[in-house]
Design a protein around this ligand. Structure first.
Ligand SMILES: Cc1ncc(COP(=O)(O)O)c(C=O)c1O
Length: 480
């Protein structure tokens, strides 16, 4: 980062001090230079130095202790601030994130790279033995079930199990209200295709999961970014204003534990969102892939009520999968398409004909056998511990002024680096050290969030992971 040469004097002094804090010359808890000494050294007035310290306090880098002076703020976990909500972006835009996303997930394929990039669960958290037993068992099902085309709407035993779980979360769906899909991604793809045409505008959270942006790009749609809060998700007032100004054809959102923020939209918000869109006849495509993973220490958390619960007009297309809870490789997902059921079934048939039978039968048997909830409790406990460990390590090793999300669920952290750090540059330098991260700009259609990164916490916190976080912190503190 090149030093600022314009702007008020106190800002320049503040920037210089911020750099000394970032690179560790001034360490957390240490006393800052005295006001008089600094004024002499910088040849500025005492009031300029005091103003610079006020700026640094505002940035969360410095604290004032009465009768004692100014200190570099300690970064205890409870002092770690959450990322700021983005300002509204102007207008709709074409999307082109695919090439950069490809770079990120190529790195993930390399087993020697520390996997902080893609949001994948560690295989050690997945019930591998039980799944392989159930897959073997599925091969013994009648060949008409296990070997034929399982044409849409797909595996009935699985749809029954999904409907049973949905009922527990308040969504009264029958098996006939569901279509099974090749992961959540196909559910989202089919939903978008059912309600949009090339050139249409789709509203998305900002930041949002890059896979959704890739989908929008591949369907030649336009994205409209809606500011999203790290705690409560989509900003509904901002969305309402945008609905009045743009011909939005669909809203694509992750109300339960959004990726990358881990936000949770409260029930009142979901109800308001569904009603707001229903008044305008606009479909809501609800990505509920993380709903089963609320983060709490005892793992007993409950799946939030999907927005689908509030759908009176069949306009909510509820999408999910078992990729985050059982295995991403099974590629088993679903959509409850509401009034778009016929269109979805036709598109599904044209797109992939059918979902593979054996994984669907195995997942249905897992759900039916009753072990799924026990597995989820164990997984949630492990994920909650891992997320806390990574947050603590970020608090300890990243430069002062770093902000980090406090996710309500899922297992990714959104980190906002201080001092206009360059996340793309950090991504490249981290890869050279054998560490993959997801740089902020791939979470925006407009390449926003240049100083943010997303960290995956799906893996147990090993000494190797600890070293990787320390290295990242060091790289972030010493911009190229
Ligand atoms: C929010 C979100 N939606 C969808 C997906 C893709 O899901 P699947 O692997 O089931 O296709 C992911 C994967 O990371 C995700 O994070």
């Amino acid at each position: 980062m090149s030093p600022r040469v314009t702007g008020p004097k106190y800002e320049r002094v503040a920037d210089r001090l911020a750099r000394l804090i970032a690179c560790g010359t001034l360490r957390p808890g240490e006393r800052m230079p005295s006001v008089r000494g600094l004024a002499r050294q910088e040849t500025v007035s005492i009031s300029t130095v005091l103003e610079a310290y006020t700026v640094l306090e505002g940035r969360g880098l410095v604290e004032t202790r009465p009768q004692s002076g100014h200190y570099v703020r300690r970064r205890r976990l409870e002092l770690l601030e959450e990322p700021r909500p983005p300002r509204p972006a102007a207008g709709t835009t074409r999307v082109s994130v695919a090439a950069l996303v490809q770079e990120v997930y190529r790195a993930v394929r390399d087993p020697d790279v520390v996997p902080l990039g893609a949001a994948t669960p560690s295989p050690s958290l997945l019930p591998a033995e039980r799944l392989s037993a159930l897959l073997r068992e599925a091969t013994r099902a009648p060949p008409s079930q296990s070997l034929g085309y399982d044409t849409p709407p797909g595996c009935l035993p699985l749809r029954r199990q999904i409907a049973r779980r949905a009922l527990e979360w308040g969504a009264a769906l029958g098996p006939d209200d569901l279509v099974t899909t090749v992961g959540c991604m196909e559910a989202l793809h089919l939903s978008l295709r059912a309600v949009t045409r090339a050139g249409d505008t789709v509203a998305v959270e900002s930041p949002t999961y890059y896979g959704l942006l890739q989908l929008i790009e591949s369907l030649e749609l336009r994205a409209l970014e809606v500011p999203t809060d790290a705690r409560t998700g989509l900003d509904l007032a901002a969305l309402e204003a945008l609905l009045g100004r743009h011909p939005i054809k669909a809203v694509l959102a992750i109300p339960s534990f959004g990726n990358p923020l881990g936000s949770l939209m409260p029930d009142e918000g979901r109800e308001r969102l569904v009603a707001m869109l229903a008044r305008r006849d606009i479909p809501l495509i609800e990505d509920d892939i993380y709903g089963e993973l609320p983060l709490d220490e005892d793992g007993a958390g409950v799946h939030p009520r999907p927005a689908k619960v509030f759908d009176k007009r069949g306009l909510v297309m509820w999408c999910g999968s078992f990729s985050k809870t059982l295995s991403p490789g099974l590629r088993v997902g679903w959509v409850a398409p509401g009034r778009f059921g016929d269109a979805i079934e036709r598109l599904k048939f044209a797109h992939t004909v059918a979902t593979a039978s054996l994984p669907q039968l195995a997942v249905a048997a897992f759900l039916e056998g009753g072990g799924f909830d026990r597995h989820l409790r164990r997984m949630r406990r492990a994920l909650a511990a891992q997320v806390t460990q990574v947050r603590e390590a970020v608090a300890l090793h990243f430069p002062a002024g770093t902000r980090v999300s406090n996710p309500r669920g899922g297992y990714v952290l959104w980190v906002e680096l201080p001092d206009r750090a360059d996340a793309l540059d950090l991504h490249a330098r981290a890869l050279a050290h054998g560490i993959s991260i997801a740089p902020g700009p791939i979470f925006s259609a407009r390449g926003r969030f240049p100083s943010c990164i997303r960290l995956n916490c799906g893996h147990p916190y090993t000494p190797e992971l600890d070293r990787a976080i320390r290295t990242l912190g060091r790289l972030a503190a010493t911009p190229a």
